[in-house]
Design a protein around this ligand. Structure first.
Ligand SMILES: C[S@@+](CC[C@H](N)C(=O)[O-])C[C@H]1O[C@@H](n2cnc3c(N)ncnc32)[C@H](O)[C@@H]1O
Length: 466
């Protein structure tokens, strides 16, 4: 016969007695969960995991005995002795105390749910013990959803509902709150923030809808070095809210697919050499789209402020009175060497690093900073001049170098060399842009540890963004 479903409830355990039998890792985890809900926790066990040292539970250092449940509302049995667990359960059943024997569904009056929690909202997920790992997978999904505006919207409703208690009759109040469209308000909350959402609800409350053309804004998002999962969660969320996307050449196609299908897409790729969009035109486009009311995501490779001209775009928007937000990105200057297995600092080899550009719009050659590792961005047509600068600064020709093309992408290529040979090795390897050169002993260290880079390459593409 099919079992009836469990009755879901949220239990108030604040200052209530709870007993945990078993002081191992499972007992520790259960004690933590119960403490987090304000319970007074006693733990009975002959031995205790060292993790209990930091917990404010009452420890009873001996084996369990019938009657130990005392005034407990709940008992959790988590010993590694099935006979003890069964005895605890039988004893509790006699006393009508709810008991859970961890991982034994037949000896459970209640199941602990996987809980997504944010602010005052909790979503509890259970599979009646059938597939706890899937419950925690679902919990992670729900946690992302809650954190993405839902909990904030609940807080806003709570605050404004409090105000309407004094200004509206109960029936009128209930029908007003039911008449609101949560999907639309969540969209407003996500794309324009809590204040805009509050304004919209207030205007509905006062019978005036003043939200005809919402003001647009620009969000500068760093896309990371190329691998679509090397964007931040904040950046990915911004993409999900974009109504217009203005993106660079070095942005992965998987990320471009993360915007809503209705989003306008404007590619504005720039290269140091060859055909480029002028910066002034890009600035003007951002302002124009924002003025039309768009949530414009300006997506740039790496981080917007590392040779990314993000500052100029902010200035242009501010001058035009357009709001700008910045979502930092993982700059290729740090992540491309790391992904290729090159530690840009390493005990005994390098305690400092610097990032320089090989390409200078005015034709000058980079100055070599006083650092033990130097990362050269855009070195493609300037490596010979830059190498000479290293020599003038007193670096040895035998200093190890690594050139990395298209780091973190499937076509990543790494060539190891030395300062003496780097320009000819670059020519011979026909490496193209995007390219980074790392100069310093750490490049030699990476050459001696190829297994590191190989391990990193097993990270699959597109887990988050795909
Ligand atoms: C205009 S800069 C922009 C840098 C970007 N804002 C950042 O923080 O990574 C472009 C240069 O970054 C470097 N670059 C960016 N992505 C790269 C990648 N995946 N592999 C190697 N170099 C990369 C190259 O030197 C490229 O020419």
């Amino acid at each position: 016969m099919e079992r009836p479903p469990l009755y879901p409830l949220f239990l108030d355990l604040a200052s209530k007695d709870v007993l945990v039998v078993g002081g191992g890792r499972v007992g520790l985890r259960k004690s933590r969960e119960l403490l987090a809900c304000g319970a007074r926790v006693r733990v009975i066990s002959p031995t205790f995991d060292p993790g209990f040292d930091d917990l404010s539970v009452t420890r009873i250092p001996r084996a369990w005995r019938p009657g130990d449940e005392g005034r407990a509302r709940l008992v959790v049995a988590a010993t590694d002795d099935p006979a003890v667990n069964r005895a605890v359960y039988a004893n509790c059943s006699q006393q009508r105390i709810l008991c859970n024997v961890v991982d034994v569904p037949t000896l459970c009056d209640f199941h602990a749910a996987a809980v997504a929690r944010e602010g005052s909202v909790q979503i509890a997920i259970g599979t009646a013990g059938a597939a706890p790992s899937l419950a925690s997978w679902a919990r992670r999904r729900m946690q992302e959803w809650l954190s993405d505006g839902v909990a904030g919207l609940v807080d806003l409703f709570e605050r404004l509902r409090g105000e309407t208690r004094t200004t509206m009759e109960p029936g009128e109040r209930e029908s007003f709150w039911k008449s609101l469209d949560p999907d639309h308000l969540l969209e407003v909350f996500r794309s324009r923030g809590a204040d805009a959402c509050e304004t919209e609800i207030r205007s509905l409350l006062s019978g005036r809808n003043e939200t005809a053309t919402p003001p647009g804004r620009v969000i500068l998002v760093g896309a990371g070095p190329g691998h679509p999962d090397l964007i931040t969660r904040m950046g990915l969320r911004a993409l999900g809210r974009a109504t217009a996307l203005v993106h660079d050449r070095l942005v992965s196609k998987e990320l471009l697919q993360s915007v809503p299908t209705s989003c306008e897409i404007h590619p504005v790729g720039k290269t140091g050499f060859g055909k480029s969009h002028r910066q002034e035109d890009i600035n003007a486009l951002l302002v124009e789209l924002a003025r039309k009311g768009h949530t414009v995501v300006r997506l740039k490779g790496g981080d917007s402020f590392v040779y990314g001209r993000g500052g100029e775009e902010i200035e242009a928007c501010r001058e035009a009175g357009v709001d700008v937000e910045v979502v930092p990105g993982l700059s290729s200057s740090l992540t491309v060497p790391a992904y290729a297995g090159i530690p840009i600092t390493h005990r005994g080899l390098s305690r400092s690093f610097a990032v320089v550009s090989g390409f200078h719009a005015d034709g000058t050659v980079a100055r070599i900073p006083d650092a033990e590792t130097v990362v050269i961005m855009m070195p493609l047509h300037s490596m010979k001049g830059v190498r000479n600068r290293f020599m003038e600064a007193g670096w040895k020709g035998s200093t190890p170098c690594a050139a990395i093309h298209s780091g973190t992408n499937p076509d990543q290529k790494v060539v190891f060399s030395t300062l003496d040979g780097i320009d000819t090795d670059l020519e011979r390897s026909r490496m193209a842009s995007p390219l980074i050169v790392v100069v310093g002993e750490v490049a030699g260290w990476a050459q001696a540890h190829p297994e590191l880079a190989a391990r990193l390459h097993t990270a699959p593409r597109g887990g988050l963004a795909g």
